[in-house]
Ligand binder design. Structure first.
Ligand code: AR6
Length: 262
C-alpha cells in the first residue's frame, strides 16, 4: 500500500468543511476554540502506512514488541527496530522513547507505554495516559519532528475505555497546542476499530469545535449568491417554447430537401 503523506491527511478544518464531521452535540469544553483545527487531523487506517515525521507506538515496558499496533509496527519496520529497542533498557509507564523507523515510511517511531486500565483507580490510569501523550509530544518537539500520528494508547489489550481515553488524548493535545502550537504542524489521531472511530467523531468537536463564524459567513455568501442568481435569471429573456420562424421560406424547403437526401 502506498504511504500516505502528512499533507494528504485531512485536518479538522477540512473535515468540517466537507461535512465529514458534525459539530458537537453538547457544549464544547471550556476554552475550546477552532484555532487548532488546521493542526489536528483524523484518519482511520493502519498507522504503519503513514509517511509522517513520527508515529507513536502503544508499546509495553520491555519495548521488545508484542501484539496489536506494537506488533504491526515491528513487523513493518523489520528486525532493525527490535535491535535498537533492546539497547534502550525498557520504558516506564507514562514515559516515551524515540527510535529510527527502519523500513517504515515515517522518519521516527516514538514508543510510549500506556497504563493497564485500573478500574478501581481510574484517576491513576488517567494521569499515566496523559503523561504518555505529553511525553510523546515533548519528544517530537525536542527532535524537530513536526507531524506526529498517534494510535490509540491503552485502548486495546490494556483495556482503557475508548471514550475516556479519547477525552484524555484530546484534552492533553489541546493543552499542548495551547502552549506550543507553532512547534508542530500536524497532530494526527489514527483510529482503527469502530469503537475508536465513534469516540473521536463525537469527542473531537468538543475540544476542537468548528469555526462557526466561518460557517455563518459561508451561509451568508451562499444566500447572496442564490439571490444574485435569481436576480440575473429574472433579467434573462424567456426561453422560447416554439421554434423560431425561418426568415427565408426557401431555406426551410432546402433544409427539408437536404434532410430527405441524407
Ligand atoms: N494501526 C493503528 N491502530 C491500530 C493498529 C494499527 N495497525 N492495530 C491496532 N490498533 P493495542 P494497548 C489500535 O492493543 O492497549 C501490545 O501487545 C487498536 O484498535 O495495540 O496500549 C503491546 O506490546 C487500539 O485502539 O495497545 C502491549 O503489551 C490501539 O491500537 C500492549 O499490547 C491500541 O491497542 C499494549 O496495549
Amino acid at each position: 500500500m502506498a504511504p500516505i503523506l502528512a499533507a494528504d491527511i485531512p485536518s479538522l478544518s477540512l473535515l468540517y468543511k466537507l461535512k465529514k464531521l458534525d459539530k458537537a452535540q453538547t457544549t464544547p469544553v471550556a476554552g475550546a476554540s477552532p484555532r487548532h483545527n488546521d493542526r489536528i487531523a483524523l484518519i482511520r487506517g493502519d498507522i504503519t502506512t503513514l509517511a509522517v515525521d513520527a508515529i507513536v507506538n502503544a508499546a509495553n515496558k520491555s519495548l521488545l514488541g508484542g501484539g496489536g499496533v506494537d506488533g504491526a509496527i515491528h513487523r513493518a519496520a523489520g528486525p532493525g527496530l527490535v535491535r535498537e529497542c533492546r539497547a534502550l533498557g525498557g520504558c516506564d509507564t507514562g514515559a516515551a522513547k524515540l527510535t529510527d523507523a527502519y523500513n517504515l515510511p515515517c522518519r521516527n517511531v516514538i514508543h510510549t507505554v500506556g497504563p493497564i486500565y485500573d478500574d478501581p483507580r481510574p484517576d491513576r490510569s488517567e494521569a499515566a495516559l496523559r503523561s504518555c501523550y505529553r511525553a510523546s509530544l515533548d519528544l517530537a518537539v525536542q527532535h524537530g519532528l513536526k507531524t506526529i500520528a498517534f494510535s490509540g494508547i491503552s485502548t486495546g489489550v490494556y483495556g482503557y475505555p475508548s471514550l475516556d481515553a479519547c477525552q484524555v488524548a484530546c484534552d492533553t493535545v489541546k493543552s499542548f497546542l495551547d502552549q506550543h502550537g507553532q512547534k508542530l504542524d500536524k497532530v494526527i489521531f489514527v483510529t482503527f476499530e469502530t469503537k475508536d472511530v465513534r469516540s473521536y467523531d463525537s469527542t473531537l468537536p468538543l475540544y476542537f469545535p468548528p469555526d462557526t463564524k466561518t460557517s455563518v459567513d459561508q451561509e451568508k455568501a451562499a444566500k447572496d449568491q442564490a439571490a444574485e442568481a435569481k436576480a440575473t435569471a429574472s433579467k434573462l429573456p424567456d426561453v422560447p417554447t416554439t421554434d423560431p420562424a425561418d426568415p427565408d421560406p426557401d431555406h426551410a424547403q432546402k433544409k427539408q430537401k437536404q434532410n430527405g437526401e441524407a
